[in-house]
Ligand binder design. Structure first.
Ligand SMILES: [Fe+2]
Ligand SMILES: [Fe+2]
Length: 242
């Protein structure tokens, strides 16, 4: 729902049809969200509606990105990488809806880290580009985060690649993950602080809505939450292999 809102706010004013299409998606997801809040259990019919809506918005995001790449529409303020970012997020959501993941905990952990670290790194890049150039202190802080998260992402990809040789014990993954958690908590707090500044009208930049900063903060919390859920299983596998 929020992705549809962000796309709508970023579309150029001379594209009323695409703006209307984004609005329809926003309303469609709003209704689904209300419905999900009402029910106790996800029934098959609702799951079908949800899956169809996610498939449709993936196609919509891809269509707008394609139009931009082919220079068929003006970019407005939707960065191509932002469109690709929210398309990937929707793809992941669709994957979670349609295929349960019975992977080995350590494989799943590394998958989550590679996915989310890329997302976290891109959030920082978007924030850097949406802040006013005069916000030098915040930009400097964000630059430091960008370096840290680029490095973490690169390492996560290396570890994921090494894990494919199926070692009996891969003890580097746990300390790496603890490091990821520490930095993600810091990034989460940075996003929360930026959101607060935007709400107080104390942030210069072209962030379309303060909600965007809250959105990326919630995604950092989601990442931390997924790691938290998986860590006990990874830890117990680790000791059983020693
Ligand atoms: Fe998102
Ligand atoms: Fe995101």
């Amino acid at each position: 729902m929020e992705h549809a809102l962000f796309i709508k706010l970023g579309l150029p004013a001379d594209e009323p049809e695409l703006i209307a299409e984004a609005q329809v998606f926003e309303e469609r997801f709003h209704r689904l969200l209300n419905e999900l809040n009402r029910v106790k259990k996800l029934n098959p019919e609702l799951l079908d509606d949800l899956t169809a809506a996610v498939e449709d918005i993936i196609a919509f995001k891809a269509k707008i990105l394609r139009l931009q790449l082919q220079c068929k529409i003006l970019p407005g303020s939707n960065y191509p990488l932002l469109l690709d970012h929210i398309r990937r997020e929707a793809e992941r959501f669709l994957g979670l809806l349609t295929s349960p993941v019975p992977e080995e905990p350590i494989v799943l952990l590394l998958q989550q880290e590679v996915f989310w670290l890329r997302i976290m790194k891109e959030h920082i890049e978007f924030i850097i580009h949406l802040l006013d150039p005069s916000e030098r202190e915040l930009i400097e802080q964000a630059e430091a985060f960008r370096k840290t998260f680029s490095r973490l992402l690169e390492t996560a990809r290396d570890l994921q690649s090494m894990q494919r040789t199926k070692p009996r014990n891969f003890s580097d993954v746990l300390p790496f993950t603890m490091n990821v958690i520490r930095h993600t908590v810091e990034l989460r707090n940075f996003k929360a602080a930026a959101h607060e500044l935007a709400e107080l009208c104390e942030l210069l930049g072209i962030v379309a809505s303060p909600l965007l900063l809250d959105h990326v903060r919630r995604e950092a919390d989601k990442f931390l939450n997924e790691l938290d859920n998986l860590l006990p299983a990874v830890k117990s596998c680790d000791t059983s292999r020693e």
